[in-house]
Design a protein around this ligand. Structure first.
Ligand code: AMP
Ligand code: MG
Length: 413
């Protein structure tokens, strides 16, 4: 049997960041920049006013107070984006009306905000003096020409998109969203919304896995249910592999008589099938399929039980998809929490129990984790009620209430 680490290593060795593509800015949200991006512009682009008021030479109003105001003639007005036609130069002993963001006229070295004046149009009465440079924004004080705006590998959040747009970038080269084909196998499965036979069940896994894939930024597509028929399975696979960056199946890899994925793919030899020392999720399969144009398409064969499938996605597939997206860290960063109730675990297997977290009063720090339901890998009600995985190491068979345990938060990076 492989350890969890060995299997994850084998998977990560078999995936690589997808070739970069130029994307419109908004489509790049939450994707990783494929290269450093520099600024062709200084920000601010030009010296401008931080307030609505009057551009002045500070020494002309230096002595102004409420008791001894200074009066200046007002020559012109400059609005943001209206510098053309407006006075370019401020003559000594005059003021120019200026709005927030408007280009500062030459010679001005301070702005008197409206609040410190009578808001005069022909002439202005200034009753408080600004310091030199007050209420000004200087060229390049934020971003200089050539500054690196984002590094290769940086995830582009809203703030990064805003910065790239502000420096004139309309497109950005990123590692694109992997197209993930999701296949549910099992002759017992039916689509939600359709009628059930006597011994059929609804396919929950493809929604579980597609939801998880979409949440991390991939482009999942749920492909129809595949019965336990190896020829049919191979046909669907051949059909899908050309349009996928990764393929995930669930079911059909255990020791049963109708384990279609294993039966169909074992003869190819390019997919490893075996046991991983964990519970749930012991049976696993991973390898490469041949895509179009010599591409290799990573193939994940996950167990069919819903909890096992989801866990396998979290522990193995998610890091692989994040690697393909050029994002780090690839795995969620575990936290520690106090276990509210004792649990047992099989020796030699890493157990992932479902848990529900308690966070402290300000909602930031995890304090306690309570086990949710039993260890059964069919318990989807309990899975939905959980927001964490409690990790019990291979060597431990009993963990007492009150012990500190390792916890993976499912709804956070
Ligand atoms: P298998 O790995 O194919 O033997 O499936 C293990 C268990 O998971 C069986 O009880 C299946 O009925 C169930 N199962 C497999 N695929 C799904 C699915 N897509 N949705 C819900 N349950 C499933
Ligand atoms: Mg099955």
């Amino acid at each position: 049997m492989r350890s969890v680490e060995e299997h994850l290593e084998a998977i990560l060795a078999g995936v690589a960041p997808l070739p970069p593509l130029s994307q419109p800015l908004l489509d790049a949200l939450d994707l990783a920049a494929a290269e450093p991006i520099t600024s062709p512009l200084a920000l601010p682009r030009f010296d401008n006013s931080a307030m609505d008021g009057y551009a002045v030479r500070q020494r002309d109003v230096a002595g102004a107070t409420a008791d001894a105001p200074v009066t200046l003639p007002v020559v012109g007005e400059i609005g943001a984006g209206q510098a053309e036609g407006a006075p370019r130069r401020l003559e000594p002993g005059t003021a120019t009306k200026i709005m927030t963001g408007a280009r500062l006229p030459e010679g001005a070295d301070a702005v008197v905000p409206y609040e410190w004046t009578d808001k005069g149009a022909q002439q202005v009465v200034v009753s408080q003096a600004p310091d030199v440079g007050q209420h000004l924004r200087y060229t390049g004080e934020d971003v200089a020409v050539g500054d690196v705006l984002v590094e290769a590998g940086d995830a582009l959040g809203p703030r990064q998109l805003g910065l790239l747009a502000s420096t004139g970038h309309s497109h950005v080269r990123v590692h694109p969203r992997p197209r993930v084909v999701i296949l549910s196998t099992g002759s017992e499965l039916r689509d939600p919304g359709s009628a059930l036979g006597e011994d059929s069940i609804y396919d929950g896994n493809s929604y579980l896995l597609a939801g998880a894939a979409r949440r991390l930024g991939a482009l999942p597509s749920r492909v129809g249910l595949v019965p336990d028929d190896p020829a049919r399975f191979l046909e669907v696979l051949r059909d899908q592999v050309g349009r996928a960056d990764a393929i995930i199946t669930s079911g059909g890899i255990s020791m049963g008589d109708f384990d279609v994925v294993k039966e169909a793919l074992s003869p190819l030899g390019s997919i490893w099938f075996g046991g991983v020392a964990m519970q749930p999720g012991k049976p696993q399969g991973f390898g490469a399929l041949e895509g179009t144009g010599g591409r290799t398409v990573p193939f994940f064969a996950l167990p069919g039980n819903p909890v096992s499938a989801y866990l396998s996605f979290e522990i193995f597939v998610r890091p692989a998809l994040r690697t393909m997206m050029g994002l780090t860290p690839v795995s969620r960063q575990p936290v520690r929490a106090r276990l509210t109730h004792g649990v047992t675990s099989p020796r030699g297997r890493r157990q992932f129990l479902r848990g529900r977290l308690t966070v402290d009063a300000d909602g930031t720090r995890v304090t306690e984790v309570a086990p949710v339901g039993g260890s059964g890998s069919h318990l989807v009600g309990d899975l939905a009620a959980s927001d964490a995985l409690i990790v019990v190491p291979e060597a431990d068979t009993v963990v007492e209430a009150g012990a500190q345990v390792t916890v993976i938060r499912l709804d956070q990076e």
